[in-house]
Write a protein that binds this ligand. Structure first.
Ligand SMILES: [Zn+2]
Ligand SMILES: [Zn+2]
Length: 165
């Protein structure tokens, strides 16, 4: 959905936004995040004197890979977009300037906001225990056997003594 940021018009233009579109993947920190559902976009854009006031609700579902345990998991994304975009640079720092031209593509606004909403490290849960560095097993499923493999040589000598008794 594209909106032209006209500044010639005296009145402001109100556009209702209600659409869904499909995008397969996002690439974030060298990882591919799969988008499982069409991205639902609802809200309103008010254009006045070349500035668009964009207020949207964005919903979808994504397939992530936990950066600690490498398990894949699904998570809903539900975010609010509230930003102003202008075709000319504004003194107000909160107003984003269009890179070129005067056409605002709402899908670009949506994708940028999805990126901004993603955490630096994507974890399946906050206290994810990750993988054992020795055997690679997922420690969220319980402890691995690694700790018990190292037998103190003194104990093994004792064991041998008892065997002979
Ligand atoms: Zn994890
Ligand atoms: Zn282990």
């Amino acid at each position: 959905m594209e909106i032209i940021l006209q500044d010639s018009s005296v009145k402001s233009i109100i556009k209702d936004v209600d659409f869904a579109y499909h995008k397969e993947n996002l690439v974030y920190n060298n990882e591919t995040i799969k988008i499982l559902k069409p991205i639902q976009v609802n809200g309103k854009v008010v254009v006045s004197q070349g500035i668009a006031d964009v207020k949207l609700s964005v919903k979808t579902r994504m397939l992530h890979t936990c950066s600690r345990c490498l398990e894949q998991f699904e998570r809903d994304l539900d975010l609010i977009v509230d930003e102003k975009v202008s075709k000319n640079e504004q003194e107000d720092e909160n107003v984003i300037t269009l890179e070129e031209g005067d056409v605002l593509d709402i899908r670009d606004v949506v994708i940028n906001n999805i990126y901004l909403a993603l955490p630096l490290k994507i974890l399946c849960k906050e206290d994810c225990k990750g993988l054992c560095q020795d055997c690679g097993s997922n420690l969220n499923n319980g402890p691995c056997d690694c700790k018990f493999e190292e037998i103190d040589p003194r104990f093994s000598a004792l064991k041998d003594m008892f065997k002979e008794v």
